[in-house]
Write a new protein. Structure first.
Length: 596
């Protein structure tokens, strides 16, 4: 029976008891960290170089999951307080570790976990603040929370007390709904109305879960609860509908106003620190505007090659109209994928494992998905192909085809597959997997953007049409920084964001609207849209620092980045340069070339 390298190392460096020898040799797939825990319990010597943060992080993930699952059907101030208490406990766990004894990798992991805990605290406190602002519209929350917590703490819940809580909710809702009939007399904004509607929906789901755990199992429970729950459930649905339609004007139609919640300057500053970005939001907007101007100049240059003079939008229209014939879009995607794979292999730019190259696929994106993601995207183990569908109206079909034309795809497919996200995902699943807990768009999306810019430098797009396709996407990434940060700073409305994407970048209306809907939905971190271009710029800067002086070959550089995990790029830089960071390490890498 063969042993893994990890177990062989353990066996060779430790004096083991007969029981521990059995443990190590009988299960060849067992990992070192599990043996270390076993050794600690048995009192076996384990001469590691300081605390091993991989074990700590995996314990954190398990503990955090326990808390999240344990409070999955609870809401309110008491549940929030318990989550904050959990974070405080873990902060103390980290403080008690011997940081000074750690090597570079373990220090990086310690810093990552500490920042994650800090960020979770910031998010919970921001959510709690929003909940307090909504308290007048959720007057039943305290009673409901007490009932939910009682169930969570495994106490017996009677049908009578549950019916009393439901009846209390039922009595309070009509008064709230009466106020909503006169929106001009209340200060509830559309954003707040959607937040309240979301919370009411969650309360209903939590109550429904708890009731479902009693009905049919506890004698007489249904006798008390059946009627009150039916009435309360319907009233809560009515309240949510009124909040969404009367105040937020959300009817489910395509022309519903786009509504999102700006997080504000303080939260943006916190997020930048979490991502190891040593720039202010205003500095990043200025940088994006500068890069946007470069793109416009390059657009004009290539437009002249297409006999369009300086009218790059005219050239862009020509590019958009070069799309695949109906029924052949997936073939076009596959063809572009093979070209990008061949290019990076022929130029020895990065290692492409055979399994990664062999196993990927294409899947068509349905119309509903394209409302949020109107372009080709990575999904699972392949490419989600966006294209016109027979159920779309004529205008939307045209926009879907034009927005996914041949020259746009030349860069997008490389971005999504190899050397982009598919290669990245393949290696991430096989290296430092515990760092998936700290997933950051600055590396995940930045990796793919780095390749867009690297392929540009290596003249992968050889025709002016292909170069315009590349430039369109870089302008798009610049625009993402400009519009998303300005939105979160309260300087741009969703409508202005859409107009910017249409008028300045050249998006189709369908694509621009879908993009903005995603930016402001709250389903992505506030800095997610910035991660594409800024992460790419970071990796470009790091490549110049390491490859140009000959410290690493380009292939060695790319292979090394892929093994470090999806963490902030400044910390990848610290790992490669073997920088022993202090525990209170602050962002300090100025990666943007300030030359005009």
């Amino acid at each position: 029976m063969l042993l893994t390298d990890e177990v062989v190392t353990v066996v060779s460096v430790h004096t083991l008891t007969s029981m521990s020898v059995f443990y190590a040799t009988s299960f060849p797939m067992i990992r070192l960290r599990r043996f270390a825990i076993f050794a600690m319990i048995c009192g076996i010597s384990h001469a590691e170089n300081g605390p091993q943060m991989r074990d700590v992080i995996e314990q954190w993930q398990a503990d955090d999951q326990s808390v999240q699952l344990g409070l999955a059907h609870c809401a309110g101030e008491k549940a929030t307080a318990r989550k904050l208490q959990f974070l405080t406990t873990w902060e103390q766990h980290l403080a008690d570790l011997d940081f000074d004894a750690m090597d570079t990798e373990n220090r990086i992991d310690w810093i990552l976990l500490h920042r994650e805990i800090t960020r979770n605290r910031n998010i919970i406190q921001a959510q709690n603040k929003n909940s307090k602002e909504s308290r007048d519209w959720l007057p039943f929350s305290e009673q409901a929370e007490d009932l939910l917590l009682k169930h969570q703490q495994r106490a017996k819940i009677s049908g009578e007390e549950t019916a009393e809580v439901l009846n209390s909710i039922l009595q309070k809702l009509p008064e709230l709904q009466k106020k909503l009939e006169h929106p001009e007399k209340i200060t509830l904004t559309a954003v707040q109305a959607l937040s309240v509607a979301k919370q009411v929906t969650e309360w209903k789901e939590h109550l429904g879960f708890v009731i479902g755990q009693q009905e049919g199992f506890v004698p007489n429970f249904s006798w008390w609860v059946k009627k009150p729950w039916a009435a309360t459930s319907a009233a809560m649905d009515s309240y949510v509908k009124q909040l969404r339609e009367k105040i937020a004007k959300q009817t489910g139609g395509e022309n519903d106003p786009l509504i999102g919640s700006a997080v504000g300057t303080e939260r943006i500053t916190q997020e930048l620190a979490h991502e190891s970005i040593d720039y202010t939001a205003d500095e990043l907007i200025a940088f994006a505007n500068r890069e946007f101007a470069w793109c416009e100049a390059e657009m004009k240059k290539n437009a002249r090659e297409m006999n369009c003079g300086d009218d790059w939008k005219k050239a862009l229209e020509k590019v958009k109209n070069d799309y695949a014939a109906v029924g052949t879009q997936d073939e076009m995607v596959r063809d572009q994928a093979m070209k990008s794979i061949a290019f990076v292999k022929e130029n020895d730019l990065v290692t492409v494992p055979p399994l990664c190259e062999e196993f990927w696929n294409t899947r068509m994106s349905d119309p509903a998905t394209q409302k949020m993601n109107p372009y080709v995207a990575y999904g699972g183990q392949g490419v989600l192909v966006a294209y016109a569908h027979e159920d779309m109206n004529h205008e939307d079909k045209q926009m879907a085809m034009r927005g996914n034309n041949l020259h746009f795809l030349r860069v997008v497919v490389a971005h999504e597959l190899i050397p982009g996200h598919h290669l990245q995902r393949f290696l991430a699943d096989r290296n430092r997997t515990w760092r998936s807990a700290f997933n950051t768009p600055f590396l995940v999306e930045g990796w793919a953007l780095h390749w867009e810019m690297r392929l540009w430098d290596l003249q992968y797009p050889q025709t002016p049409e292909d170069r315009i396709g590349f430039l369109f996407w870089k302008m798009h990434r610049c625009a993402r920084i400009i519009v998303s940060l300005n939105f979160h700073l309260g300087k741009m409305t969703p409508e202005q964001m859409i107009q910017f994407l249409i008028e300045r970048v050249g998006h189709e209306k369908l694509g621009a609207t879908s993009e903005v809907r995603r930016y402001i939905s709250g389903n992505y971190p506030a800095l997610y849209q910035c991660g594409y271009l800024l992460g790419g710029i970071q990796l470009n800067a790091l490549q110049k620092e390491l490859v140009r002086p000959g410290k690493l070959t380009e292939k060695q550089f790319h292979d090394r980045v892929l093994t470090e995990g999806p963490i902030p790029i400044e910390l990848i830089r610290a790992a490669i340069l073997d920088q022993k960071l202090p525990r209170d390490a602050k962002p300090q890498w100025r990666f943007i070339d300030d030359r005009k």
